[in-house]
Design a binder for this molecule. Sequence first.
Ligand SMILES: [Zn+2]
Length: 200
Amino acid sequence: MKITVMVVMVVAAMSLPAEEHARAGRPTVTVFVENHVGVPSSDLFAAKSMARLMFQSAGVELRWRVGQPLPRDLDQRPIVVQIVSDAPTPGQPHALAWAMPFEGVHIRILYGRIQGAAQPRIVLAYVLVHEITHMLQGIDHHSPTGIMKARWNYLDFVEMQWHQLGFRAEDIELIHLGLDARASGRVTVARALPPASAPR
Ligand SMILES: [Zn+2]
């Protein structure tokens, strides 16, 4: 009987598509997106796809959802991204987004400051990855280069166009440390976005 069960399990595992098989061992993060400014669906889809690939390179699987989480979704400890046109960013006039790394849930992206870029969908992808990384790390950490740099310069934006701006090793290490803490702690979802505290 045990052998039969084992054989069934092995066959089931072997029948998984390669991508599913690779995905099986990764931590999964659910991210809800509220598109308040009508970002074109093709651009949003492309940005989310790129962001998902970037997180896969860090060993994390993103599960995208649309709109606000329902009470039944809270068990997944979701992240909520609100895409708005613009908002005051005191002391950070060029910030493209706000994150709440210590609260662990809410991100606000200022699309009005992104849509004028040569490839807004690519910049949006990188802003999503940068801010979601803050959430997963659970700290306000920036790196000297790469995706988690505090402020990107012209060369960074050029590297984005070629998909060459990446994570540093410590970024990935902090993501997994943060995920461990996130899994053991409690994160609550507030209905209203609290005052922003962490400019990008
Ligand atoms: Zn940042």
